[in-house]
Design a binder for this molecule. Structure first.
Ligand code: PRT
Ligand code: ZN
Length: 224
C-alpha cells in the first residue's frame, strides 16, 4: 500500500455499506468492488478502500492505520470509552455527521415488568453489546446495575433468563415489540460520522480530503 494513497475504512457488508459507497460515489470517487476482497483501489483518485467489520473501523482510525473512516457513532463512542479505560490511543477528528445510519441505543424491559423510572434498574442485570456506553450513562445517572455483555441476540436475553432488561439499538421498534419488550430510556442517539485519524496527513492527502469534503458538502446541500 503506497503511503501516498488516501485510505478509507468502510463497513464491508451491513447496514452502512450501501450508503457509504453511495456517498463516496457522489463525491466523484469511483471504485470497482470485488465482493471477496478486503481492498478496493479507486479508478478515479489516489484512494484505497479498506472493507472491514464496522467494529474494526474506530480502532483502525485511532491507531492511525487508515486515514478516514465512516462509522456509526454508537460503535465509535463505545470504542473510544473502552480505549480511554485501557489507556490506548483514542484520538480522532470528526469531519462530518452524515444523514444515514440513524438509530438510538435504548434500555428496554419486559412488558410485564413495572417500570417506574431509572430507579427500577437499580440492582438489575442489563444485557447489551455496548457495556461502556451503558455504564457511563448509568454512572452519570447514579444508578448501580450490572451489565451483561452479549454480542448478539440481545433481545432474547430476558426471556432466556440471562438478564432483567436489555440495552440495544432501536430504529423502528419492531424488534422490541416482537420480543415483548418496552423501550423505556433512550441513552444515546446515533448516526454515521466521517472521521479522520489524529496524526496529520501529508499535504497532498489533506488537500484531497479537503476537496472531497467540499464535494460532500455540495452533495449534502443539494439534498436539502
Ligand atoms: O458485520 P458487521 O460487524 O460489520 O455489522 P453489524 O452486524 O455489527 O452491524 P449492522 O450492519 O447491523 O449495523 C451497522 C450500524 O448500523 C450500527 O452500528 C448502527 O450504527 C446502525 N444501525 C441503524 C443499526 C440499526 N439502525 C438497527 N436497527 N444497527 C442495528 N440495528 C438492529 C438492532 O440491533 C436490532 O437488532 O436492528 C434491530 C432493531 O431494529 P428495529 O427496526 O426493529 O427497531
Ligand atoms: Zn459490527
Amino acid at each position: 500500500m503506497s503511503n501516498e494513497r488516501l485510505t478509507i475504512a468502510v463497513q464491508k457488508s451491513g447496514r452502512l455499506s450501501k450508503e457509504s459507497m453511495k456517498l463516496l460515489e457522489a463525491c466523484g470517487v469511483k471504485f470497482n468492488i470485488h465482493e471477496a476482497r478486503l481492498m478496493a483501489h479507486s479508478t478515479s483518485h489516489p484512494v484505497d478502500l479498506l472493507r472491514v467489520r464496522d467494529d474494526d473501523i474506530p480502532g483502525l482510525v485511532m491507531d492511525g492505520v487508515v486515514d478516514l473512516g465512516l462509522i456509526g457513532e454508537n460503535v465509535l463512542e463505545e470504542e473510544r470509552l473502552e480505549r480511554v479505560i485501557k489507556q490506548q490511543p483514542s484520538g480522532f477528528s470528526s469531519l462530518r455527521r452524515l444523514d444515514f445510519g440513524f438509530c438510538r441505543l435504548s434500555v428496554a424491559v419486559p412488558k410485564e415488568e413495572k417500570y417506574e423510572g431509572l430507579q427500577s434498574l437499580a440492582g438489575k442485570k442489563i444485557a447489551t453489546t455496548y457495556p461502556r456506553l451503558l455504564e457511563s450513562y448509568l454512572e452519570k445517572q447514579g444508578i448501580k446495575a450490572r451489565t451483561v455483555m452479549l454480542t448478539g441476540s440481545v433481545e432474547v436475553a430476558p426471556r432466556a433468563g440471562l438478564a432483567d432488561a436489555i440495552c440495544d439499538l432501536v430504529s423502528t421498534g419492531a424488534t422490541l415489540e416482537a420480543n415483548g419488550l418496552v423501550e423505556e430510556e433512550v441513552i444515546f442517539r446515533s448516526q454515521v460520522q466521517l472521521i479522520q485519524r489524529e496524526e496529520a496527513l501529508s499535504t497532498e492527502k489533506q488537500e484531497l480530503v479537503n476537496k472531497l469534503l467540499a464535494r460532500l458538502d455540495g452533495v449534502q446541500l443539494a439534498k436539502e
